[in-house]
Write a protein that binds this ligand. Structure first.
Ligand code: F6R
Length: 243
């Protein structure tokens, strides 16, 4: 992967925004791969600023999110559907009909994964996929041990991830869904350009493992080494364990 060390999240956000605005101008109906979590927020803000200031036409832009909780009403404020609407769709002024989030409805979740991968393929594949990384090296909800060839599917959340996410559910772990539907590592690797963002010392070990460790399902993000066009954008703290 190409590693870019930046001073702060705003600088990282500007690099992402530049990539995406170039893409939209070149390909107005491009397909963005979207992530939730804190890491991409400055990037979405920078992109929204560029799009709005330069009056870039985003009416045809399409998008696919990485993951969603299982069995949580998509209208719940903490669903990833709601989160993507709040942080991406509204600030950029995207057409909500063109933005897809995996369907976590329990009645159809067994079939929903393959259907999601087919929908991505029918859209022509993801052009730029933004990614955060967990302190354990997860991408999407692909925790350590996930197959590097996996497609979109239902997964069990680890205890640690449920503890980490309890802050979004009144600090009550019993309210955190136990399962999710997530793009697989194989799905993520099909995107044409991967942009992984990581900030803070807490991510340093995972970043070093991703970029300089062996390719292993024990660090799902290390699959980026299999990808021909992966960009890892980190601050000094997140880069501190790189050799
Ligand atoms: C987000 C996602 C997760 C996060 C990761 C890092 O859709 O699937 O993999 O990217 O947990 O989260 P933050 O950015 O909050 O540190």
């Amino acid at each position: 992967a190409e590693v870019i060390i930046v001073r702060n999240q705003d600088e990282a956000g500007k690099i992402y925004a530049q990539c995406v605005t170039d893409l939209i101008v070149r390909k107005p109906d491009c397909v963005l791969g979207l992530a939730t979590g804190s890491s991409p927020l400055a990037a979405y803000e920078a992109l929204a600023r560029d799009v709005n200031e330069r009056h870039i036409d985003v009416s045809q832009v399409r998008g696919f999110a990485l993951d969603e909780y299982a069995g949580l009403d998509p209208r719940h404020p903490q669903s990833y559907r709601s989160t993507i609407t709040r942080t991406v769709v509204e600030p950029l002024g995207l057409d909500p009909e063109k933005i897809h989030v995996p369907n976590g409805d329990l009645d159809s979740i067994q079939e929903a994964g393959a259907a999601y991968d087919e929908a991505i393929a029918r859209a022509g594949g993801v052009d730029i996929q933004i990614l955060g990384i967990g302190t354990d090296g997860h991408i999407g909800f692909n925790e350590p041990g996930s197959s590097l060839a996996s497609g979109t599917r239902i997964k069990t959340l680890t205890e640690q991830t449920r503890i980490d996410n309890a802050r979004f559910f009144d600090d009550d772990i019993s309210k955190v869904p136990s399962h999710c539907i997530t793009q697989g590592i194989g799905t993520i690797l099909k995107a044409r350009h991967l942009v992984l963002l990581a900030f803070g010392a807490g991510k340093a070990e995972a970043v070093a493992e991703t970029v300089e460790g062996g390719i292993s399902s024990f660090c799902p993000a290390s699959a980026l080494q299999l990808h021909p066009h992966a960009t890892v954008i980190v601050d000094e703290a997140a880069a501190s364990r790189l050799r």
